[in-house]
Design a protein around this ligand. Structure first.
Ligand code: SD4
Length: 329
């Protein structure tokens, strides 16, 4: 029918959506279009938080989390905490298309991608990422992602504020010894965005992909929601697809994209399904910041968000160019 192809992406990543649209409009598969769209954002370093040279971790290193899912076959490929290869979404596709695995992590994810022909080993740091990191250290290393610890020299290493053995339960307030409670803070969240993109191709096949540097100044080793199927993205071409962005540490506990797609399967429209998935998280974590965008097989799309204003981009046959939609919390 005339309603396909359709491309939907988190944020105003207009160039990425255009790139995916050209591929899908040319008759190529949803998977190809998703790879083209997400890798465009990696090359452009969208928002300074996707691709090489983006958000550094506490050690100043930039890593990549990426995922691709084929909603026709339910195959998934993903890479987590990949440090030496710039092409996150292409590495994820290699995992999906050439292995029986779903997720490769760390240095071995880089080694796999290089062995399969992607350029590397490459340094993912840039002048911008090192500058961000230097400023963060000069400003006392806030915000960070620790709770109940004492920084030994102001920027780590860190020690537990109290012993939390199995019988001791929660860290008692009396043991906090006057140390400023920074808690886990997401003040910097607006500077770490994810591209999560869904495509329905001309044949009606659906795919999704995600690529991100994860959370800015994360603890090294942290893996976010980016490479987790059902969390940052999900596609089932019987129903539709979903992409997510935001505070992945919390969102990945709720699999909001799986929730959204399953709600659409049960008959909810994209808007209700997206809102329901977000409100399930907000009920438990009222301070969380995040958003999902959903699309069903009729081409209806909607977003829902909490804690920030969300924007998503769409290109469909009835549009002249990419349109950006704004969603209020
Ligand atoms: C993460 N979800 O790693 C990503 C970051 C993000 O907007 O999307 N921020 O938690």
């Amino acid at each position: 029918s005339g309603k396909y192809p359709i491309v939907v992406s988190t944020w105003p990543f207009v160039d990425a959506v255009r790139a995916a649209w050209r591929v899908a409009d040319g008759g190529f598969s949803a998977v190809d279009a998703v790879v083209e769209g997400c890798s465009t954002c990696e090359e452009l370093r969208c928002d300074g938080t996707v691709g090489p040279g983006g958000s550094p971790d506490e050690n100043g290193e930039t890593t990549i989390d990426a995922l691709i899912m084929n909603g026709a076959t339910m195959e998934v490929g993903a890479v987590a905490a990949m440090r030496f290869v710039k092409d996150g979404i292409r590495a994820a596709r290699l995992v999906m298309q050439h292995t029986e695995h779903t997720l490769l992590a760390g240095e071995k994810a880089s080694a796999f991608a290089i062995a399969m022909g992607l350029p590397g080993p490459a340094n993912l740091s840039s002048a911008e990422s090192m500058d961000k990191w230097t400023k963060w250290r000069e400003n006392g290393c806030q915000p960070n992602f620790w709770k109940n610890v004492v920084p030994v020299d102001g920027c780590g290493p860190y020690q537990p504020k109290c012993n939390m053995g199995p019988s001791e339960g929660e860290c008692p307030a009396s043991n906090l010894m006057g140390v400023t409670e920074s808690g886990s803070s997401y003040v910097g969240l607006h500077s770490h965005d994810t591209i999560s993109m869904a495509v329905i191709d001309k044949m009606g096949h659906v795919a999704v992909g995600t690529s991100t540097n994860g959370a800015t100044f994360k603890i090294p080793g942290r893996v976010g929601d980016g490479p987790i199927a059902g969390s940052s993205a999900y596609a089932d071409e019987e129903v539709g697809a979903c992409g997510a962005t935001g505070d992945g540490d919390i969102m990945m506990r709720f699999l909001p994209c799986y929730q959204t797609v399953e709600s659409m399967r049960q008959g909810m429209g994209p808007e209700l399904a997206a809102k329901d998935a977000i409100s399930r998280i907000a009920r438990k974590f009222p301070d969380f910041v995040g958003a999902v965008v959903a699309i069903n097989k009729n081409g209806e799309h909607a977003g829902a968000c909490h804690g920030w204003t969300f924007k998503y981009s769409v290109r469909s046959p009835e549009m002249e160019d990419v349109k950006v939609f704004t969603v209020l919390p």
